[in-house]
Design a protein around this ligand. Structure first.
Ligand SMILES: [Zn+2]
Length: 120
């Protein structure tokens, strides 16, 4: 079961301050250029998500390694995985996309697990 650390009230306030600072920096950098504001926002969003999830090609090769390690079968139901539309599932939310913290699931198993976690 995936659990991750939550923020206490003081830490939430620190997160709000960071977000507010970043927005102000983007505002300053974009000036009156709305398209630049959008592009800067998108770039910062993407890079921060890579910090958490890794770059897409690194995730793809990790997934390929895991499928091979699982002999091409879903880690949950053990049925053969389809060629595409599979899910790289984190065992620990804060453990990152690394060997030993991920498994590959078929879509139906992922949906069932997400529902069990209350996320879908
Ligand atoms: Zn499955």
């Amino acid at each position: 079961m995936t659990t991750h650390r939550t923020l206490n009230e003081a830490e939430l306030e620190a997160a709000r301050t960071l977000l507010s600072d970043i927005r102000a920096l983007i505002d300053t950098a974009a000036g009156q250029d709305e398209q630049l504001r959008f592009a800067l926002n998108r770039k910062v969003y993407k890079e921060l998500s890579y910090d958490e999830r890794g770059k897409p090609n690194a995730r793809a090769s990790l997934k390929a390694r895991m499928v091979k390690a699982q002999n091409g079968d879903c880690a949950q139901c053990a049925k053969p995985l389809p060629e595409s539309d599979t899910v790289l599932d984190l065992l620990s939310a804060t453990g990152g996309y690394v060997d030993g913290n991920v498994r590959v699931l078929c879509r139906p198993c992922d949906l069932a697990i997400q529902r069990g976690r209350g996320f879908a």
